[in-house]
Design a protein around this ligand. Structure first.
Ligand code: NAD
Length: 541
């Protein structure tokens, strides 16, 4: 009998390896990269723990070398979407009735497996399949996944511990029921850790999922699924369903037992899902929980008390790491005229050293964008900006798709704070800068706040406390993750719970207890110890 009341203590973040030349880790990752480059994996669907091959296949190629096939994958049809729902519903009862600590044990085992046995596998597949440098893969696919798994166990213990008052006459308690039904999880291409968290946060709280991974990140998603299974995740708790989004949604979103959607991706896709759910409302047993973290148009704002070297570093790292394909990537900046010449020179100096290349070449800080569609969209933005009078591209601006989807880190300087590249999410290595008159600080803060529909991340650089606080206040709703004197990327689980509002999503803060509360439907239970008899109250006598 297990009658312990168990608490997972607050973990510390997983240390980041530095992968320096000559280290054992460097040797191991290079070996793993070679092995993964020299084979073609056949990726099945995994439903109720069983591999299914539909024979309708696609190919996964390297973004840095699109002629190089890494994997073939099998696509779900309507039939498999139905089977995945059935499997999730079948697995639900046993999974939700397992003591929560046993579910957490599986999550912690998966964290240990990734930290030790599979660190190289998950990092190499993220590097090759999603076009990440070793450092970007390490902080995402290894460290952030491990952090999500360990921290969420701790957050769950905090949630389960939270109970209402009781008195001598009655005992009150809250039962943190999982949602009634299954949860549809839809993951984006850009973070392996998000794919992991979208499923495991939900599963930890006793739910089962139908997971539609992004096609372009299928290699790492598949390895992830295998690791969860090796960690002891029972069959049917997470059902891996690669396929075409629209087709899968057409089945999933019409099912009466849809209990929630856990989504990360573009604003357009989330809006489509939300609309479809609204149209189908009458079909559902419960109101599905809709949790979606979407796009961003993230900013760096400088006051004239800022230091140009700090600003230039934040711009180069914040805008161009992982080729700007982070929802949090800086893509617009507001620099006072007095700081611009020094900041510009330092940006240009730094970018002279940043040359896109293959992920297996560790000297490259940036690599290729994810696929041809992204390449064409991003180049379209750059080419249109080139045509706008007064706009200057001070570095970059060229793309080359002959071998991989390479785009140079590009800095556009615009005289118009409402130009297209200041307003729309580009999701590529493009930073647009508006240089403002020093005496228009407050007015420019107001422009920054009103420029884009998004509200995800942003930073203020200032050494003047009053100016800093004015920015914090005026930009209150412009960013759900706000940074002072730092770049707006690199949120860590447990340290900077992540999410924004406005068009950036429902702001349910992945990496905190707040997200986990969305996956439970609490039941309050009152037990009266001696029930009363007689219906009259004293005031009636
Ligand atoms: P996307 O919206 O194109 O795709 C996301 C997922 O939705 C993919 O799995 C895709 O196949 C699926 N999909 C598309 N249409 C669908 C449909 N009709 N039904 C069901 N699924 C469907 O996004 P992406 O290109 O993979 O990712 C980039 C976007 O994600 C950017 O906008 C970025 O800002 C955002 N993002 C946000 C966060 C955040 O935390 N706010 C984090 C990462 C990425």
């Amino acid at each position: 009998m297990n009658n312990a009341i168990y608490n997972f203590r607050e973990p510390v973040n997983e240390p980041v390896y530095d992968w320096s030349k000559g280290s054992v880790e460097r040797e191991m990752i290079e070996k793993e990269l070679r092995e993964q480059e020299n084979k073609i994996v056949d990726i099945p669907l995994i439903i109720g723990g069983k591999e299914i091959r539909t024979g309708i296949t696609g190919k996964i190629t390297k973004p840095t070398d699109h002629g190089h096939v890494l994997a073939t994958w099998h696509m779900a049809t309507e039939k498999e979407a139905g089977l995945a729902i059935e499997a999730a519903l079948k697995a639900k009862d046993a999974w939700m009735n397992l003591a929560w600590m046993e579910r957490a044990a599986i999550m912690n085992r998966a964290a240990e497996l990734i930290s030790k046995r599979y660190r190289y596998v998950i990092n190499a597949s993220t590097m090759l399949g999603q076009g990440k440098s070793i450092h970007q893969a390490e902080i995402d696919a290894a460290c952030e996944i491990i952090d999500f798994l360990r921290f969420n166990s701790h957050f769950a213990s905090v949630i389960y511990r939270e109970q209402p008052l009781s008195d001598n006459q009655s005992i009150n308690r809250i039962e943190y029921r999982p949602l009634e039904g299954f949860v549809f999880t839809v993951s984006p291409f850009n973070f392996t850790s998000i794919a992991a968290n979208l499923n495991t946060s939900v599963a930890l709280m006793g739910n089962t999922t139908v997971w539609k991974p992004a096609t372009t990140s299928l290699l790492s998603s598949y390895y992830l699924m295998k690791i969860f299974m090796e960690a002891g995740l029972p069959d049917g708790v997470i059902n891996f369903l690669p396929g075409q989004g629209q087709l899968i949604s057409s089945v999933v979103l019409k099912h009466p037992d849809l209990a929630g959607i856990h989504f990360t991706g573009s604003n357009a896709t989330f809006n489509t899902l939300w609309k479809q759910v609204s149209e189908n409302l009458a079909l559902y047993r419960s109101y599905p929980r809709l949790v979606g973290e979407t796009g961003g148009k993230d900013f760096i704002f400088a006051h004239n008390s800022a230091v140009p070297a700090e600003l230039a570093t934040a711009i180069v790292r914040g805008a161009f790491e992982y080729q700007g394909q982070k929802c949090s990537a800086a893509s617009r900046a507001y620099i006072p005229a007095s700081l611009w010449p020094a900041t510009r020179d330092q940006i240009l100096d730094m970018l002279a050293d940043v040359v896109p290349g293959d992920v297996t070449d560790f000297s490259c800080q940036v690599n290729a964008v994810i696929d041809e569609k992204a390449f064409d969209t991003i180049m379209g933005y750059i080419n249109r900006a080139r045509e706008v009078p007064g706009t200057e591209i001070i570095t970059g601006g060229r793309g080359d798709k002959s071998k991989g989807w390479f785009i140079e880190p590009t800095v556009i300087v615009t005289p118009d704070p409402h130009s297209v590249t200041m307003e729309e999410e580009i999701f590529g290595p493009v930073m647009t800068i508006y240089v403002y008159p020093d005496d228009k600080y407050s007015e420019t803060l107001a422009i920054c706040d009103a420029t884009s529909p998004y509200g995800l991340t942003g930073s203020i650089f200032s050494n003047d406390k009053y100016a800093m606080i004015e920015a914090c206040r005026k930009l209150r709703y412009a960013a759900g993750n706000f940074y002072i004197n730092d770049k707006p990327t690199g949120a860590m689980v447990g340290q900077q719970p992540f999410g924004g509002s406005r068009a950036s999503g429902t702001n349910d803060k992945a990496g905190s207890y707040l997200n986990l509360t969305r996956w439970v439907s609490p039941r309050t239970v009152k037990e009266t110890l001696i029930p009363v008899t007689g219906f009259r109250y004293p005031y009636m006598d």
